[in-house]
Design a protein around this ligand. Structure first.
Ligand SMILES: C[S@@+](CC[C@H](N)C(=O)[O-])C[C@H]1O[C@@H](n2cnc3c(N)ncnc32)[C@H](O)[C@@H]1O
Length: 264
């Protein structure tokens, strides 16, 4: 009898290899409380995908609520089934909205988060400014906007980077970069141990924005203050140690990831 091939779920592999919702929720809570001297209760997760951040927010926040916004219905259906319904009596504290983050919504959260560089989808400054302005308007007074960004000279190289996981290898493929427009085309491939490559499981057609430009556009959108949280270095490996601290001077590494926090 033929052995049934294990069916791979690209969203699950993505969550395992790319996302770290527990540390992201802890980071947002720490920074919000440290600055505003009170707990954040409500989160809007822009470009939510599988909404694992929203699910984690509700799990970690007594009385907390979250709203996830994404354009892609099949991904939202997956999110509801795999990450929200299992919250059981807390499932109603997460609302998934099929919509565009550029639109106006009535929910006024303490925090809006845009992770995994999703706002790189806006390639024109005017579009990015429109998005940041919408975020600024949507936040509760005293709210905060959290996002991540990556850069460094290696971010512009055409290269594939592999990371091993238990049942598969994650491949980040920087396929094209145009220095004139800053446009970058990247793919995620998965190499499962027991099957063929899941080629181009995800594709990102982005503009690789620079950190100073992002800070400028946030200020133009009305944010009073913008902070950058830079990752520390593990002296043994010379790699990032996962600890992000507010900083005005980043070490000039070949590739870096940072958090940007904007205050309204
Ligand atoms: C890179 S994934 C991010 C998933 C998740 N936020 C994370 O941290 O890994 C980008 C997601 O943004 C969604 N998206 C793209 N443009 C959007 C828009 N204008 N409004 C809402 N969602 C959008 C896509 O459908 C996709 O699910």
């Amino acid at each position: 009898m033929k052995r049934k091939k294990k069916v791979h779920d690209k969203h699950r592999l993505y969550q395992v290899s790319v996302q770290n919702p527990t540390s992201e929720v802890a980071f947002m809570k720490r920074v919000f409380k440290g600055t505003r001297k009170k707990e954040a209760l409500t989160l809007r997760e822009d470009f939510c995908g599988t909404a694992i951040l929203s699910a984690t927010w509700v799990k970690k926040t007594k009385g907390g609520k979250a709203q996830g916004i994404d354009l892609h219905k099949p991904t939202l259906d997956y999110a509801q089934k795999v990450n929200i319904d299992p919250l059981e009596d807390r499932a109603d504290d997460v609302e998934l909205v099929l919509g565009d983050v550029l639109d106006t919504y009535s929910f006024q959260p303490d925090i809006i988060a845009a992770y995994n560089f999703s706002y790189f989808i806006f390639k024109e400054r005017a579009k990015l400014l429109h998005y940041f302005t919408q975020v600024h308007k949507a936040l509760k007074s005293g709210g905060m906007f959290f996002m991540d960004i990556y850069g460094g000279p290696e971010a512009q190289h055409i290269q594939e980077e592999e990371t091993d996981h238990d049942e598969f290898t994650y491949v980040w493929d920087q396929a094209k970069y145009n220095p004139i427009t800053g446009e970058i085309l990247c793919h995620i491939h998965f190499d499962p141990e027991d099957g063929p490559r899941m080629k181009k499981a995800f594709t990102y057609d982005w503009r690789l924005w620079g950190l100073p430009e992002i800070k400028d556009v946030l200020r133009d959108a009305g944010f009073d203050k913008v902070d950058v949280y830079w990752e520390g270095t593990d002296p043994k490996t010379d790699e990032g140690n996962g600890v992000f601290k507010k900083s005005t001077k980043g070490d000039n590494s070949l590739c870096w990831v940072a958090y940007v926090v904007a205050y309204n």
